[in-house]
Design a protein around this ligand. Structure first.
Ligand code: 13P
Length: 341
């Protein structure tokens, strides 16, 4: 393992003004997204859609540091035969790959999940590296509900995250460590804060036990935020203040960067929250976005599967990428959203 090189990649992934595009929806998830815009989820349509994003020059060269791909996409070529990975590289962004294989029910823990995919991971990582991937992603899912999460779920998921991260670093690939505490419930922000703290502490404990070099990884957490169904929604300032406090308490400064998931926040909320956190600086790590939905909902709608809408789709993507790029420096204002509209 060359830690200097891993650290260089991790630092580039969270470079100021840029963030990560999570375009790694599994076949099931992208079908859901396409259903919503009335597009059939065929291999060609998935390729055309992602090619549209990766050819968005403004977004890709100025505001996107890296792209997380799904297995199908990393092997796909653009319509003209250029590998999609090459499109990403030539824009100056770093290709990455989702390597977990989804979740399974966790035995003895009703309603809880464990992420799988460690078998054969070492061999898969080798092939992804040869294809150009320089970072990877593994997502653990922790749900909040009555009596959950259990310590069992937190512990097995943290263990798997650390196993994955160590295998990545041995393969010279930067692991994005993503322990996602879902925002689906009716819990308030303080409950999210408390659970996320337990999850992060356990995750870093496992990373240490399994000798993962913190300098060569990126953390992808949820924000401390109210559950979607909670009657009392925390303000932007409260989300920013509690999230920064929590991360400072749980994430060592040796970690080069933190890149948030959007997790079901609206596009503008996800941007406003990141922006507000940068008003509370200086921060000990790079702090940016690794959004899926909050970067792609607008371009998906604008595109709607029609070739004549490609330019509109790219404009919508570039706009969201620019807004989040500004937020990653604390330079975003909501008036910039209205101007574009
Ligand atoms: P969202 O931003 O849509 O939550 O997706 C990010 C991601 O990669 C989840 O694993």
């Amino acid at each position: 393992m060359n830690l200097t090189e891993l650290n260089k990649v991790a630092t580039a992934m969270v470079a100021s003004g840029k963030g990560i595009l999570a375009a790694d929806e599994s076949s099931g998830t992208i079908k859901k997204r396409f259903d919503a815009i009335g597009v059939e989820s065929t291999e060609d349509n998935r390729r055309d859609y992602r090619e549209m994003l990766f050819r968005s020059k403004e977004a890709m060269s100025q505001f996107i540091s890296g792209v997380i791909l799904y297995d199908e996409t990393i092997w796909q070529n653009a319509k003209d035969g250029t590998p999609l990975v090459k499109l990403i590289e030539s824009s100056g962004a770093i290709p990455g790959i989702k390597v977990d294989e989804g979740t399974q029910a966790l035995p003895m823990c009703p309603g809880e999940l464990v992420t799988v995919g460690l078998d054969k991971l070492a061999e898969r990582l080798k092939k992804y590296y040869e294809r150009g991937a320089r970072f990877a992603k593994w997502r653990a899912v922790i749900d909040i509900g009555s009596g959950i999460p259990s310590m069992t779920a937190i512990s097995v998921n943290a263990h798997a995250l650390a196993r994955y991260a160590a295998l990545c670093q041995a393969a010279q690939i930067v692991p994005i460590v993503e322990p996602e505490v879902l925002m689906d419930g009716d819990h308030d922000i303080d409950r999210c804060y408390e659970v996320t703290g337990r999850v992060l502490n356990k995750t870093f404990q496992e990373l240490r036990v399994q000798r993962v070099a913190l300098e060569g990884m990126v953390l992808k957490p949820n924000m401390a935020i109210s559950g979607k169904k909670c009657p009392k929604q925390a303000s932007v300032e409260e989300v920013a203040e509690k999230t920064v406090r929590l991360l400072k308490a749980c994430v060592p400064a040796a970690v080069p960067g933190i890149a948030f998931l959007s997790g079901g926040q609206s596009d503008e909320e996800a941007t406003a929250h990141l922006n507000a956190m940068h008003k509370l600086g200086p921060l000990p790590w790079g702090l940016t976005f690794s959004y899926g939905r909050a970067l792609q909902a607008a371009p998906q709608k604008a595109w709607s599967g029609r070739p004549e809408n490609v330019a509109a789709g790219q404009r919508a993507f570039s706009h969201r990428a620019r807004m989040n790029g500004l937020a990653s420096r604390g330079e975003w204002q909501s008036s910039l959203e209205q101007k574009a509209a």
